[in-house]
Design a protein around this ligand. Structure first.
Ligand SMILES: Nc1ncnc2c1ncn2[C@@H]1O[C@H](COP(=O)(O)OP(=O)(O)OP(=O)(O)O)[C@@H](O)[C@H]1O
Ligand SMILES: [Mg+2]
Length: 218
């Protein structure tokens, strides 16, 4: 049984076709890089994977059960999506870091927080910073840390290194690769072709609202 399966999924906005007849199976432990021209439908594909939007036609099956048979909260805990434009809320970084604990009704685990920041070349001094004053690359990494406080089964990454320098991008790549080794399934949109092939076992190309190919890399 596949972990996540798209069965002829289409997504339309009014009359505009944004994705059509997507037929893809994602296996547990996959590390799939997603590439394709701007506007081809890549982010829309991840939004469907994370249940942020629902198919116009077709079904999405997660662990043998239709998405529509899960509660949105259940899916949100299992499938995490890091947006192309990092979305932070409230005033401080702390509010963002606290949020995953808050929604699960558990006390903040300071050890977990203290462990995660240095993995991304950051210190916990950031906790008291105002989110408005963060750089694009800092926002990307805070959003990523927020998604990793509780490990999802599937991690969806939408160009999360676009605002990072080469060094920091490599660091993020290494963390993601080690998460994949721990058993987290990764779907990663990138415009960087070198990056797309470095750790991925499959390369999904989306073009013109359709899956052009799903190439097995290793
Ligand atoms: N909810 C929506 N309503 C209307 N149009 C949309 C909606 N979502 C996406 N689109 C359009 O669908 C197309 C695909 O968008 P999408 O964001 O998936 O592209 P992308 O492949 O991620 O592009 P990029 O590489 O630039 O991020 C674009 O033309 C976009 O404007
Ligand atoms: Mg996009």
């Amino acid at each position: 049984m596949s972990l996540l399966e798209f069965q002829n999924v289409s997504f339309y906005d009014d009359d505009k076709i944004i994705l059509k007849n997507i037929l893809v199976s994602i296996e547990k432990d996959d590390f799939i890089s997603i590439v394709g021209p701007s506007g081809s439908g890549k982010s829309t594909f991840l939004k469907l994977c994370s249940h942020l939007i629902s198919p116009t036609n077709g079904n999405i099956i997660f662990k043998g059960k239709n998405f529509t048979d899960y509660s949105p909260t259940e899916l949100r805990k299992s499938i995490a999506y890091c947006f192309q434009t990092p979305y932070l809320f409230g005033d401080t970084v702390m509010e963002n870091i606290n949020f995953p604990f808050f929604i699960r009704n558990v006390k903040i685990d300071h050890q977990k927080v203290n462990d995660l920041f240095p993995m991304f070349h950051m210190t916990t001094d950031y906790l008291n910073k105002n989110t408005k004053n963060l750089s694009g690359g800092e926002k990307q990494r805070i959003a990523l840390i927020r998604s990793l406080l509780f490990k999802p089964e599937i991690l969806l990454l939408d160009e999360i290194t676009s605002a990072l320098d080469v060094e920091n991008a490599k660091t993020v790549e290494n963390v993601i690769a080690s998460l994949n080794n721990e058993g987290i399934t990764i779907l990663w949109i990138t415009h960087n072709l070198e990056q797309s092939r470095r750790y991925a076992n499959k390369l999904l190309t989306i073009e013109n609202s359709e899956v052009r190919s799903l190439e097995v890399l290793k």
